[in-house]
Design a binder for this molecule. Structure first.
Ligand SMILES: NC(=O)c1ccc[n+]([C@@H]2O[C@H](COP(=O)([O-])OP(=O)(O)OC[C@H]3O[C@@H](n4cnc5c(N)ncnc54)[C@H](OP(=O)(O)O)[C@@H]3O)[C@@H](O)[C@H]2O)c1
Length: 374
């Protein structure tokens, strides 16, 4: 299964909104073939592994990272291909909560006389498989994209100097990792404060398998017409979320420059609901959304429970100065016992920087666990 999981990960950025899946065929404890779902609309991993196996696969064991599908989608059901190939045992890393599968794949295989084993949901193998497809699972269960909050900060916890200058806090290697993440997500979101301070391009350099939509939370439609984002909006899409009462002339100017404007009803304090923003982005088909800041955007998304994962680069530098630009400028103060603690934390050393990644648990995670534990 370790090999099947490595196969699955090769599809990252290429297969979304589908899940990443890998499959391995074993005969007499020897590897006979392997494959992965390589691109959206292309053959599924099980079919790819069968195709990569010389001769007949009759009597072999298949290890697959996700429950095989049993419905007609862009391709015929994998459960049928497995039955027709004469596989005698299938080992599955995790069930698939997708309503058209959700245990149906396992039932079909068993009904055909195939021995099926599923890794326990709390086993390291299942946890790795679940983590790999968290974005897919979230989209299936909520219709919303999976959100990764990323920031770079000084050791004293600032994402910019009090002057607003944030270039550059992290080192070249850390920034290369950010570009790699950018190249496999569907959208990159920032606030208007960041656009004004940094005039960012929000592109992946070098490009990755996906071209992310650039998204700005800009209640008063103040994104400058001369900004890099607006000047390049016809090449790489820019979506601006503004308040429904933002000045018409500003909205029109941005629209005629090629930006997409999405008006939302703002609350009494002028805030646009992060839930509405992710809901809207989900309906546009986004699976992965990278939230790059600044302080206020991250604070609003945090307060709304709209952060699923964090990737924080900590640089060994001390900013001092007034308490400007914390990573999360949030209004809510929670009791210590209910602050979110990250799960499945990974810490890596990137030259002199430290990258800390971890998962944030929210309501949909409990639904997922329940549906996978059946
Ligand atoms: N180190 C890093 O990784 C990093 C990354 C990005 C940015 N930065 C730095 O962060 C600084 C900017 O931070 P910031 O907090 O000023 O800017 P920001 O979060 O990018 O944008 C703040 C602006 O967006 C509005 N806004 C955000 N979310 C909103 C929502 N849900 N509804 C309505 N309005 C919303 C705010 O409105 P209100 O005024 O009404 O609150 C405010 O006008 C810059 O200096 C930038 O360089 C650093």
């Amino acid at each position: 299964m370790t090999l099947a999981l490595a196969e699955a990960a090769r599809g990252k950025g290429f297969v979304e909104p589908n899940p990443m899946v890998g499959a391995v065929l074993v005969s007499d404890d020897r590897l006979a073939g392997s494959g992965h779902h390589a691109r959206f609309g292309g053959p599924h991993a099980e079919v790819a592994a069968l195709a990569a196996t010389p001769g007949s696969a009759r009597g072999m064991t298949m290890h697959v990272t996700l429950e095989p599908c049993c419905h007609f989608g862009k391709t015929p059901p994998c459960s049928r291909a497995i039955v027709e190939a004469g596989i005698s045992r299938v080992v599955i890393a995790t069930r698939d909560p997708f309503p058209l599968v959700s245990g149906g794949g396992i039932e079909e295989l068993r009904a055909a006389g195939i021995h099926v084993d599923v890794w326990p949901v709390d086993s390291p193998v299942a946890r790795q498989a679940i983590r790999l497809n968290r974005p897919f699972f979230k989209r299936v269960l909520t219709g919303r994209p999976y959100t990764i909050a990323k920031w770079a900060m000084s050791l004293d916890g600032r994402i910019a100097l009090a002057t607003g200058d944030s270039r550059w806090i992290s080192n070249d290697r850390s920034r290369a990792i950010v570009h790699e993440i950018r190249g496999r997500v569907d959208g990159i979101l920032v606030g208007i404060g960041t656009v004004k301070a940094d005039d960012p391009s929000l592109t992946a350099r070098p490009p990755g398998p996906r071209t992310p939509r650039r998204i700005v939370v800009d209640p008063r439609a103040e994104t400058p017409i001369e900004s890099v984002l607006v000047r390049t909006a016809r090449e790489t899409p820019v979506t601006i979320f503004c308040a429904a009462n933002a000045a018409n002339d500003r909205r029109k100017a941005l629209e005629s420059s090629g930006c997409e404007l999405i008006p939302l009803n703002a609350s009494a304090n002028g805030s646009l609901s992060p839930e509405s923003i992710v809901e809207e982005l989900g309906s546009k088909g986004l699976t992965n959304l990278l939230i790059e800041g600044g302080s206020k955007v991250l604070g609003r998304f945090f307060d709304a429970g709209c952060i699923d994962e964090v990737a924080v680069f900590v640089a060994p530098a001390l900013f001092g100065g007034p308490a400007a630009f914390p990573p999360i400028e949030s209004k809510s103060v929670r009791p210590m016992e209910s602050i979110p603690r990250l799960a499945e934390v990974r810490t890596s050393t990137i030259g002199s920087d430290t990258l800390i990644q971890g998962l944030v648990q929210s309501d949909w995670c409990a639904t997922l666990e329940k549906s996978l534990s059946r």
